[in-house]
Design a protein around this ligand. Sequence first.
Ligand SMILES: Cc1ncc(COP(=O)(O)O)c(C=O)c1O
Length: 387
Amino acid sequence: MQMNYDEQLMKIDEAGLMRTLRAVEPQESGSCYFQGQKMLNLASNDYLGLANDKALKQAFIQQFETNEDWCNFGASSSRLLTGNNKLYDEVEQLLCINYKAEAALFFNSGYHANMGILPALTDKGDLIVSDKLCHASIIDGIRLSNAEHVRFRHLDYDQLSSLLEKKRSKYKRVFIVVESVYSMDGDLVDLQKLIDLKEQYDCLLYVDEAHAVGVLGETGLGLCEQENVTEQIDLLIGTLGKAYASVGAFAIMNHTLKKLLVNKARTLIYTTALPPVNMAWTKFILERMPDLKSNRDQLQKLSAYMQTALLSKGYDVHNSHIMPVMTGSNKVAVQLSEHLHKEGFLVFPIRPPTVPVNTARIRLSLTADLQLSDLERLIQFIPDFKI
Ligand SMILES: Cc1ncc(COP(=O)(O)O)c(C=O)c1O
């Protein structure tokens, strides 16, 4: 029987899964105000610490004042109508140069990209094979597609290989869909293994680099740059809302795929474009990204420290800017986050359906504007692993 809305809310609450919206005011040096208290912010995806960098903002504002066409706060229509301001072209050209790619296409967000691309490029008779821990936006894109869908266990390439062996010949096109750095676990995909499989079974490889762009690779292009495999990826998605401190997302691909997406991707066609002011900020950050190596190095130093510290407490974590402190129980995750708030650390409990049942956790998100001493203090308040 269908539950009414009050009953649904009661059930959510009983399961320790109630979510609420709370105001956070980010400050410099990795801190923020939350519920009237100044805290260190370990909950944002501002991995390079750019979002509250005063000098960077001032430099942008200076350029802004001399570029009248940037000073526009609404795009007024879709990119297919009058919303396609020339900054879109400049940003896409810059992305093509950086990735040495044929084409780049900009979307309003990573959610829009993942929701729009797969339904546009797949049809009946196609198959999508995705990692079990792919992000909600990828799952929703797959749901909108007419292709069949099957999942493989997280990072289990043997299972992926046997699925492809069994199923490949029955389908016209097959997409392998993965993330490069998993958003809730911080672990990395093995791109070379996937490229081998894609070639062996004649598939298309779709890699969401949302949590890797800006952070990984010599110039911040992502795991594909770090592994020197950019050209072998058919669709590479990067989001601007995380390390780039902006909003929007890009997809790197060939000319044909871009042309098709401009004609078929509903989340590109049927939504108002991003305003010029935002595209100008995106371009400004993109131009500086190769030079932000010291931010990437600082983040790497913090990640290495935190990995050692959490491993010594019994947690299974990777050398990554995303560190899950597993509690298993939803309620324990909530209690631990509240305890850390009292000690001045802003963290949030991550619970189902964002992560699988019984794998609730605190997600520590490291950013380059934190100091080693901040993490030395934080680690004292994290209990030893026990589930
Ligand atoms: C892997 C992945 N892809 C896409 C998105 C969505 O990106 P955006 O915030 O730009 O919508 C997220 C957001 O957290 C993500 O983790």
